[in-house]
Ligand binder design. Structure first.
Ligand code: PMP
Length: 402
């Protein structure tokens, strides 16, 4: 008998499994709107020009391949905190934000989850929006936290269920952790307005909850990194000691380089040093230290005025292409195909994704009959659409809902 005879087969990952099926599909009309990875208007992966230049710049210094510190490249940590928190941030100016480089956004969430499990003083409960990115639940469960949900998406309006959100946060036990998507909520594409963020901030403070931000899309929501950092910066201004996860997968197109950061606002430099010492103790047995290459690229872009400017304009180009696709898709579904139902949310939702409202049976039909690969919850990655495939996509969706 094999040692592993009793290992049960697990289900494929609901999102990454789609990519496998998509690659195996031979139909020329096939479309992938499953994974949230940016594609250009020819449906091709896009390596940013600022990234290519940063890579040459890094290579020109002929750098060594020594190990990084456990918490990564120090200049990277400094520059990514500046990008997220902004130059006017008081804790940043006071040097009281503990930052560590991580294995992209997922690694930031996992290290953050482990830190909360070990040191968060008031309970081990984390509230996630319903729905949330599918990986949030297993990440925090594996970190040893108890995962609960707060209402977020209103199916009727395809918008924010703000009353439900407030009621659920109101009823959370004091001292719980609340996970907040900083911008471009995945999977719904629905974000609170600045006024709603202010109410959420007040409520979180009043109920003595802890705000844990996941910012995987800074720049991708509006096309502007400052605008997209509004919620995080506002919370810090209001005196919240936030936790923050950053990813450079989407906004720099560095998916496979696995480059991100986790940070915590602390009270003073001495506390920051203690927190950092414990982050090191968590990371060292997990993966010892993070990879070099991606951090060098990000740092080169963030520390060079010219590259930074070019990067910002490239984010804008990506965000605008997605916004264009939203407008086109809306027009095709409504004016061209007279598709039954309300489709205004396609245009009002922001970021990489749209939560279409398509049902599991409709998405199944789209996968099986139309070769259009999407998750069962009806989420589509807008970046998978382009001028060459959007007509076929709209026509297929229109058929699927009749
Ligand atoms: N958080 C959210 C909400 C995401 O959508 C993603 C990417 N799909 C991540 C975190 C992390 O992605 P990565 O590990 O590739 O940075």
């Amino acid at each position: 008998l094999s040692t592993w005879a009793n290992v049960p087969a697990g289900p494929p990952d609901p999102i990454l499994g789609l990519t496998v099926a998509f690659k195996a599909d031979k139909d020329p009309r096939k479309i992938s709107v499953g994974v949230g990875a940016y594609r250009d208007d020819h449906g091709k992966p896009y390596v940013l020009s600022s990234v290519k230049k940063a890579e040459s710049l890094v290579a020109s210094t002929n750098p060594d391949k020594e190990y990084l510190d456990i918490t990564g490249l120090p200049e990277f940590n400094k520059n990514v905190a500046l990008l997220a928190y902004g130059a006017d941030c008081s804790p940043l100016k006071a040097g009281t934000i503990a930052v560590t480089q991580t294995l992209s956004g997922t690694g930031a969430l996992r290290v953050g989850g482990a830190f909360m499990q070990r040191f968060f003083p008031t309970g081990k409960v984390i509230y996630l929006p319903s729905p949330s990115w599918g990986n949030h639940t297993p990440i925090f469960r594996d970190s040893g936290l108890e995962v609960r949900q707060y209402r977020y998406f209103d199916k009727k309006t395809a918008g924010l269920d703000f009353a439900g959100l407030k009621e659920d946060i109101q009823n959370a036990p004091a001292g719980a952790i609340v996970l907040l998507h900083a911008c471009a909520h995945n999977p719904t594409g629905v974000d609170p307005t600045p006024a709603q963020w202010k109410e959420i901030s007040d409520l979180v403070k009043e109920k003595k909850l802890f705000p844990f931000f996941d910012m995987a899309y800074q720049g991708f929501a509006s096309g502007n990194t400052t605008k997209d950092a509004f919620a995080v910066r506002y919370f810090v201004e209001q005196g919240h000691q936030v936790a923050l996860c950053q990813s450079f997968a989407k906004n720099m197109g560095l998916y496979g380089e696995r480059v991100g950061a986790f940070s915590l606002v602390t009270a003073d430099p001495e506390e920051k040093a203690r927190v950092e010492s414990q982050l090191k103790i968590i990371i060292r047995p997990m993966y010892s230290n993070p990879p070099l290459h991606g951090a060098r690229i990000v740092n080169a872009i963030l520390s060079d005025k010219g590259l930074y400017k070019e990067w910002e304009s490239e984010i804008e180009v990506m965000a605008n292409r997605i916004i264009n696709m939203r407008d086109r898709l809306y027009d095709l579904l409504t004016s061209t195909h007279n598709t039954p139902g309300e489709w205004g949310h396609i245009k009002s939702q922001i970021g990489m994704f749209s939560f279409t409202g398509l049902t599991p049976s409709q998405t199944k039909a789209l996968v099986e009959k139309a070769h259009i690969y999407m998750t069962a919850d009806g989420r589509i990655s807008m970046a998978g659409l382009n001028s060459g495939n959007i007509d076929y996509f709209a026509e297929s969706v229109s058929k699927a809902v009749r």
